[in-house]
Design a protein around this ligand. Structure first.
Ligand code: SAM
Length: 273
């Protein structure tokens, strides 16, 4: 008999994938963690019933959350990733030769360990000497940091459980303090079909803190609705006007995609007004 995994994205809609086998399942100190080998998407990390990443389409999210801000900043040397224990964002950050230090603050050490075991093509750079891995709360790390980072990337779960604080104006104010004077940050901000109010709130809060606030999108088939948004806050550099030449090994990100990702469908653009 076929076995299917379904993520219920609303009470009346979900996304489903055929399962080959379950590789791991456990309740960590913070969340339910499942690692599933699927027929279509390769190995898939699921936290609290929500798809976090799959081997087949992970490159879209990890390239877009990283390269848009990193190619907007003229010389990113110190980068912080909040969440992101699967290691995909770190892998992309390290593709930038200017980066001297990449700090990862992930609250759940089990996500890191299981990703190294079952998602080696994603987590494979976590042992790079430029990377400092800290197991702890990203909110606290931000509160304790000042003028420390050129770019901060918030690769968090949805605003439930330990990630609730990562979607607050206080957190964005802390990010501004933790960034250097021309710093840039990006946070994943969910999808406009089912989470329009969340996007509106994030944009409103970030606008009150950062002089330059932009929303951009990418197509991620295994995330709810497939259309994903990222919110960028910048102190000085505008991602629409400034970017270095985008030359690196990528599968989704290009200079044209960088620009095009800021062209929003009208119903999405309306959320930013
Ligand atoms: N790319 C995914 C998405 O958009 O659905 C998220 C990737 S997943 C690796 C996000 C990680 O954020 C989880 O491993 C979770 O443990 C971590 N996280 C949640 N709240 C956190 C917090 N307060 N501090 C640090 N990490 C946190």
């Amino acid at each position: 008999m076929d076995l299917w995994y379904t993520e219920k994205q609303t009470d009346s809609f979900g996304i489903t994938a055929k399962v080959k086998r379950t590789l791991a399942t456990e309740q960590t100190d913070f969340q339910k963690l499942d690692m599933i080998e699927t027929a279509e998407w390769g190995n898939m990390l699921v936290l609290d019933g929500m798809v976090m990443t799959t081997e087949k389409d992970e490159f879209v999210y990890h390239e877009m959350i990283s390269h848009v801000p990193l190619f907007t900043h003229p010389n990113p040397r110190h980068v912080l990733v909040v969440g992101g224990g699967d290691g995909g964002v770190i892998r992309e950050v390290l593709k930038h030769p200017s980066v001297e230090q990449a700090v990862l603050v992930e609250i759940d050490g089990r996500v890191i360990e299981e990703s190294k075991k079952y998602l080696p093509s994603i987590a494979g750079q976590l042992d790079d000497p430029r990377v400092e891995v800290k197991v702890g709360d990203g909110f606290m790390h931000i509160a304790e940091s000042e003028n420390a980072y050129d770019v901060i990337l918030v690769d968090s779960t949805e605003p439930v459980g330990p990630a609730v604080n990562l979607f607050t104006k206080g957190f964005y104010a802390g990010i501004s303090k933790a960034l250097k004077e021309d710093g840039i940050f990006v946070a994943q901000s969910d999808n406009p079909w089912f989470k329009a109010e969340l996007i509106e709130q994030v944009i409103k809060d970030v606008k009150e803190i950062f002089p330059i606030t932009r929303l951009y999108t990418a197509n991620i088939p295994t995330y709810p609705s497939g259309l994903w948004t990222f919110t960028l806050g910048s102190k000085k550099h505008d991602p629409l006007q400034q970017q270095r030449s985008a030359e690196l090994d990528s599968k989704y990100y290009t200079e044209a995609i960088h620009k095009a990702s800021f062209a929003l469908p009208k119903f999405v653009d309306d959320l930013t007004k």
